[in-house]
Design a protein around this ligand. Structure first.
Ligand code: DX5
Ligand code: ZN
Length: 221
């Protein structure tokens, strides 16, 4: 499977979101990654469902919601209602992870579990059959532009092994750039989320092309 590239809107210019989205869509982005932060689970605050609803009206590629909030259950129906395609909740925030994942799938969205750098993959053991994707955090969540945590590569390889022949996407979020993209797909990542590497670049089309080229090289050494 060709790796997918999902620009993360967190590093875009918030005063011109529609234009920013159109630009990465024209450059061939596969998904649009949206970081919802509540200032509690992570020390940063972004936007919620009303902004996502506005973005959904202009975006033509699938929306990928990443919930960095202490109470993700409250947001799930609203996100589904505005047309978000897939939603990841953090394993660290869910008391009843199985119920939350079932709730996401019931809305018709794909369900994902995000895992912080310090959280063990063993937390996923009992839900591997209930998810469509895992979101491996390769930085501590909250901010764009942080350095990639190298141990994430071995974690991704272990996860790919654990998943066996299950059709589960491995997405990676944090510090993804043309340097880390190849090793990430080689380790088993199938979706690369990149904020500053895309929106921090003057030429977004070139940034996306470089990422895709590196990702494909890693996929097929
Ligand atoms: C961080 C967010 C990421 C962020 C990644 O908590 O989840 O999606 O935008 O930014 P970069 O790609 O700059 O590390
Ligand atoms: Zn994210």
């Amino acid at each position: 499977m060709n790796p997918r590239i999902a620009p993360s809107l967190l590093s875009a210019d918030f005063s011109r979101l529609a234009t920013e989205i159109a630009e990465v869509e024209a450059a061939g982005a596969d998904l649009l990654h949206l970081d919802l932060m509540d200032g509690h689970f992570v020390p940063n605050l972004t936007f919620g469902p009303p902004v996502v609803a506005a973005l959904a009206r202009v975006a033509t590629i699938p929306l990928d919601a990443h919930l960095m909030v202490t109470d993700p259950d409250a947001l799930i129906p609203e996100l589904a209602a505005v047309g978000v395609s897939r939603t990841a909740v953090h394993v660290e925030t869910c008391r009843h992870l199985h119920r939350t994942l079932a709730g996401i799938r019931e809305t018709g969205m794909e369900a994902g579990v995000a895992v912080n750098p310090a959280s063990s993959l063993t937390l996923l053991d009992e839900v591997l059959g209930d998810i469509d994707f895992v979101l491996i955090m390769s930085v501590n969540p909250g901010f764009g532009g942080q350095a990639f945590i190298q141990s994430s590569l071995a974690k991704i390889s272990r996860l790919r092994q654990l998943l066996g022949d299950r059709d589960v996407d491995i997405s990676v979020d944090g510090g993804v750039d043309a340097g880390t993209a190849g090793p990430l797909t080689a380790a088993g990542a199938t979706t690369l989320i990149a904020g500053s590497a895309v929106f921090g670049a003057h030429d977004r089309a070139r940034a996306l092309a470089l990422l895709r080229e590196a990702a494909l090289r890693g996929n097929d050494p």
